[in-house]
Design a protein around this ligand. Structure first.
Ligand code: GLC
Ligand code: GLC
Length: 814
C-alpha cells in the first residue's frame, strides 16, 4: 500500500494521507540552523547542536504519535469550528490533504469547509531562522471571517536538562513581546547570549506566551482554550512553559487569497551588547530587528526560496544519471544524494529515532558520511576532516563521539572502539580522490583538541594505521577493543548487571578478542595509504604499508577463513565467532564485505565462495541480514548483540549499511545482476509499494529492516541518519554504475545488470563536466573508452589540459 507518490519532476515526495505508519519527516536547514518536520507539521528546531541549542520542544515517544511542532490553527469565527490544516494536532476530517517534502522545504496543505490553507516551511540559506509562509484561500460562496493562531512550544535550550530538571526549569522561563514579535529569553539574564524570536507579518489581535494559559488546564494541543474561544489571553510567561502564539484575524471574500508569514529564529548578541539600555534586562534588538523585517517581506522570501532551490540544483547537478531503472534514477539523482547531505550535516544526532541529546557527532559515522557527500561539498568536507582529525588521540585512537558545539569528546562513551581511527583514512582518501587537494595532508592538526599538539594530517593517518598494528592479538589479527563497526559485538564486556552500559563497561583487559572485520578494514586502509605514499614519492613508507597489508592478509587467510566464508572474530576465550562451529551466529555479513573490498580472496576463489555463502544463508527479499542464525539468548561473552530479540538491529536484523559492502564486493567480482538485485531489495523507492510493511519513509534509507527471525520481517526503523545513505550511494554510483574518482582522473568501470542496454551520466569532477554514455555491446564488463572521439587505453579518463570545461566520454561494455 502507498501513502503518496514521487513527483520526480519537482523532486518531491507527495504524501496524500496524513496517518502514515510513522511520521514521515523531512529536514529544514543546510548549515547551522536545522529543523525536523513531519508530514503533519510535527518536529522541532535547533541551532547547530540538537542537544545544547534546542529552540522548540518535542516529546519523543509521545501519545498520540508525533505531537509538538509548527502548528497553525484556523478558526471559523462565524461557527466557532477550528482545525489544523496540517491535520495534527486537531486531526480533523480534512479534504484534499497534501504534504510535499522537497529538498530543504516542506509544504503541507488541505481544504476544510471551503477554506484552502497551505504552509510552506523552509530555512533560507545562511540564515538562522525558518519561514512559515501560510496561504489561505476562500473557496466558499460567501465571505469568511477567520482567526489564525500560530503555536510553538519553546525548549529551554539544553534539551536534556529541559526534559529532566523541572525543579529549576519551572521557574526560569522568560519572554518579551515587542511590536508583535515574541522573544524567548530564558537564561538570557545570566550567561546565555542567545534568544529565539517568533514574528508575524500581520497586525495581531493578540498573543500568548504562557503554555498553560493558551491551552487551558488539562488540555492538549488539539483544543487550546484560546483557539476554542477565538481570542488570545495576551499571557506573559513567567516560569512554567513559554510558548509563542500569534492571533491574526482575517476576512476573506470568495476566491480571495491572503498570505501570512511567520518567522521563527535564533539570534546571538555579543556579551557587552546584550541589553538595551545597557543597564536594563531588556534584550538588545538592534541587530535582530532588520533580520526579522527582511523575512516578513514576501519578496525577500520568494528570492530566498529560489536561492534554496538553486543551491540544491547545484549540489545534485554534480552527478545525474539516466538508467533503465526508475528507482535507481530517483535515488541517485535526488533522494540518496539528499540523504547523504543530511547525514553529513547531522551525523546521528536528531531524527525521529535519535533524540538529539544522545550522540552528537560519531567519529566513525561522520568519516563514512563523507564518502557520500564529499563530491557535493568538498570545502565543507575538508573542514569536517580537519575537525575529526582534531578529536583523534595521540595514541591514534579516537573519541567515539563528540559534541558539535564544543568539539569535546563524549566522556560518557569514551574511546577504544578499535576500528574508529581507520575510517579517517577512508574519508581522507575519498576527499583526495575527489579534489586532488594534496595540501590537506600537510595541514597541522591537533590531538584531542589540545593546543600545541599539532602534527600534519598525514601523521594522523599514519597513527591510525599504527594504532591497529600496536594492538594485535594472538592470531596477529586486530584486537577488537570495546567493539568494531558493530557497536554491539562487545567481546570484552561480560556485563551481568542490568542497566550497565555495554559501551563503557570493561571487564577484560582486551588482549585476546580479535576482529576479522577490522583486519579487512585495515588491509583496505593500508593499501590506500600505500597509494598515497606512492603518489607523494615516499617509496619506503609505501613499502612498509604494503608489507603491513600483506601480513594482515596472510593472517586472515591463515586464521580467519572458515572453509566457506570469513570468520567474524575470536572471542575472549580465543574461540571462533561466526563459524560453522558455532551454534548460533555462524556467518556474519561484515567480514565478507570488507575482506573482499580489501582484495582478500580475489585470486584464489575464496571471495566467490564467501559471496555464495552470503546469498545462500543471509540474503532475504528484504535485504541481507547481519548474521545467521540469530542469537536466541543473551551471551555474556558477546554482549549487546545478543541483547536484542532475534531479527532486530544488530541481532540478525537487515542492517542496511552493510548491504552495499556486499554490492561492492559483487561488483568487484563482476556480478552486475546480483549487485543490482541487492541494491533493489533495500532501495526505499522500490519498496514504496509495501509501505505498510516497510513503515518508514519510502524516499530515504533506514538503518534497519527487521530480519528473517523477527515476526515483523521487512519492517524498517531508524530512517534518515544512517551510514546506509553514504554506502549505498558509493555502491550504486561508484561500483555498479562504476563512475569513480581516482587520483589520475575519472574512472568509468560499470558493472551493471545484463539486461541494461546502457545508461547516461553527467558528472562534474574537479571543475570539468563529463558527459558519459555507456552502451552494452556484449555480456562482460570490459570497457573500451572513447574520450572526445579518441579511443584511450584503460578505463580512466585523464583530466583535460587547459581550460576545457566539458569532456564527452563514450564507453562500450562487453
Ligand atoms: C549505528 C552506529 C554505527 C555503528 C552501527 C552498527 O548505525 O551509528 O556507528 O557502526 O550502528 O552497530
Ligand atoms: C549503535 C547500534 C545500537 C546500539 C548503539 C550503542 O547505534 O545501532 O544498536 O544500541 O550503537 O548502544
Amino acid at each position: 500500500m502507498r501513502y503518496g507518490y514521487f513527483d520526480d519532476e519537482r523532486r518531491e515526495y507527495v504524501i496524500t494521507q496524513p496517518d502514515t505508519p510513522l511520521p514521515w519527516i523531512n529536514y529544514l536547514g543546510c548549515q547551522d540552523y536545522f529543523g525536523l518536520i513531519s508530514n503533519t507539521a510535527g518536529g522541532y528546531s535547533f541551532y547547530r547542536d540538537a542537544r545544547l541549542r534546542r529552540l522548540t520542544r518535542y516529546r519523543y515517544n509521545n501519545v498520540p504519535l508525533d505531537c509538538g511542532g509548527r502548528y497553525i490553527y484556523v478558526r471559523d469565527d462565524d461557527t466557532g469550528a477550528f482545525w489544523s490544516p496540517s491535520w495534527q494536532p486537531t486531526r480533523s476530517d480534512l479534504e484534499a490533504y497534501v504534504c510535499r517534502h522537497g529538498l530543504g522545504y516542506t509544504t503541507i496543505g488541505s481544504t476544510y469547509k471551503g477554506i484552502e490553507a497551505q504552509a510552506r516551511y523552509f530555512v533560507p540559506l545562511h540564515e538562522n531562522l525558518e519561514i512559515w509562509q501560510f496561504t489561505l484561500t476562500n473557496r466558499r460562496q460567501g465571505s469568511a471571517d477567520l482567526s489564525i493562531f500560530s503555536a510553538v512550544e519553546f525548549c529551554l535550550w539544553d534539551a536534556e536538562d529541559d526534559a529532566t530538571n523541572f525543579q529549576r526549569n519551572f521557574n526560569t522561563g522568560e519572554v518579551e513581546v515587542e511590536d508583535g514579535v515574541i522573544y524567548h529569553k530564558t537564561e538570557y539574564r545570566e550567561r546565555r547570549r542567545h534568544f529565539a524570536f517568533f514574528g508575524c507579518s500581520e497586525e495581531l489581535a493578540g498573543f500568548d506566551t504562557q503554555r498553560d494559559v493558551f491551552l487551558g488546564p488539562y488540555r492538549g494541543w488539539d483544543n487550546p482554550t484560546a483557539v476554542e474561544r477565538g481570542r488570545s489571553f495576551n499571557s506573559m510567561a513567567h516560569g512554567w512553559a513559554p510558548v509563542g502564539s500569534h492571533h491574526v484575524k482575517v476576512t476573506l471574500k470568495p476566491t480571495e487569497t491572503r498570505d501570512i508569514i511567520f518567522v521563527l529564529g535564533y539570534h546571538e548578541n555579543p556579551e557587552e551588547k546584550k541589553f538595551d539600555p545597557p543597564d536594563s534586562q531588556t534584550i538588545n534588538k538592534q541587530t535582530v530587528k532588520p533580520v526579522i523585517a527582511r523575512y516578513l517581506d514576501e519578496t525577500n522570501i520568494d528570492t530566498a526560496f529560489e536561492a534554496l532551490c538553486d543551491y540544491w540544483d547545484d549540489l545534485l547537478g554534480i552527478l545525474q544519471v539516466e538508467t533503465p531503472d526508475v528507482h535507481t534514477n530517483r535515488m541517485v539523482n535526488i533522494w540518496n544524494a539528499y540523504q547523504c547531505m543530511v547525514t553529513f550535516n547531522l551525523s546521528r544526532s536528531a531524527s525521529f529515532f535519535e533524540s538529539g541529546i544522545g550522540r552528537g557527532i560519531g567519529f566513525r559515522d561522520s568519516n563514512q558520511d563523507l564518502l557520500g557527500s564529499v563530491h557535493m561539498v568538498p570545502r565543507r568536507g575538508r573542514e569536517r576532516i580537519l575537525d575529526l582529525g582534531a578529536t583523534q588521540l595521540e595514541t591514534g585512537g579516537a573519541y567515539h563521539q563528540f559534541q558539535p558545539l564544543t568539539g569535546r569528546g563524549n566522556d560518557r562513551i569514551g574511546t577504544g572502539f578499535n576500528d574508529d581511527p581507520l575510517w579517517l583514512i577512508l574519508s581522507v582518501v575519498a576527499y583526495l580522490k575527489e579534489t586532488g587537494d594534496w595540501a590537506i595532508l600537510d595541514e597541522p592538526v591537533v590531538y584531542e583538541n589540545q593546543p600545541r599538539t599539532e602534527q600534519s594530517l598525514y601523521e594522523h593517518l599514519q597513527r591510525s594505521l599504527r594504532y591497529t598494528l600496536d594492538r594485535l592479538g594472538p592470531h596477529g589479527l586486530p584486537l577488537i577493543g570495546r567493539a568494531d563497526w558493530n557497536d554491539c559485538l562487545n567481546l570484552n564486556t561480560f556485563s551481568d548487571t542490568s542497566g550497565e552500559s555495554f559501551q563503557t563497561t570493561t571487564t577484560k583487559d582486551g588482549m585476546i578478542a580479535e576482529s576479522v572485520f577490522i583486519a579487512g578494514l585495515f588491509v583496505l586502509a593500508a593499501k590506500e595509504l600505500t597509494a598515497i605514499a606512492q603518489w607523494r614519492g615516499l617509496e619506503d613508507e609505501a613499502r612498509s604499508y604494503l608489507d603491513a597489508a600483506a601480513k594482515m592478509e596472510a593472517a586472515v587467510l591463515e586464521h580467519a577463513w572458515d572453509g566457506a566464508w570469513f570468520l567474524r572474530a575470536y572471542d575472549d576465550f580465543g574461540r571462533k565467532v561466526g563459524s560453522q562451529e558455532c551454534e548460533e551466529g555462524q556467518i556474519f555479513i561484515e567480514p565478507q564485505g570488507f575482506c573482499i573490498m580489501a582484495g582478500i580472496g580475489l585470486q584464489d576463489g575464496l571471495a566467490e565462495k564467501a559471496l555464495l555463502a552470503v546469498k545462500e544463508r543471509l540474503a532475504t527479499p528484504h535485504g541481507i541480514i547481519l548474521h545467521q542464525p540469530a542469537y536466541t539468548r543473551y551471551y555474556l561473552h558477546l554482549g549487546e548483540i545478543s541483547s536484542y530479540p532475534p531479527g532486530y538491529k544488530e541481532n540478525a536484523g537487515i542492517f542496511c549499511q552493510t548491504n552495499p559492502w556486499i554490492m561492492i564486493a559483487e561488483a568487484i567480482l563482476g556480478h552486475g545482476d546480483q549487485a543490482h538485485d541487492y541494491y533493489t531489495c533495500i532501495n526505499p523507492s522500490a519498496r514504496e509499494a509495501i509501505s505498510d510493511v516497510h513503515g518508514c519513509e519510502p524516499y530515504v534509507h533506514a538503518q534497519m529492516i527487521a530480519g528473517r527471525a523477527a515476526p515483523t520481517h521487512g519492517e524498517a526503523k531508524n530512517s534518515w541518519l544512517t551510514g546506509t545513505a553514504a554506502w549505498n550511494y558509493v555502491a550504486i554510483t561508484q561500483w555498479i554504475l562504476g563512475i569513480r574518482p581516482t587520483y589520475g582522473g575519472l574512472q568509468v568501470a560499470p558493472v551493471i545488470p545484463s539486461d541494461w542496454p546502457g545508461f547516461e551520466a553527467t558528472r562534474v569532477f574537479r571543475g570539468v563536466t563529463y558527459r558519459i554514455s555507456v552502451e552494452r555491446a556484449g555480456e562482460g564488463n570490459a570497457v573500451s573508452l572513447t574520450v572526445d572521439g579518441q579511443p584511450i587505453e584503460g578505463n580512466i579518463v585523464p583530466s583535460p589540459q587547459g581550460d576545457q570545461a566539458e569532456v564527452v566520454v563514450e564507453a562500450i561494455l562487453g
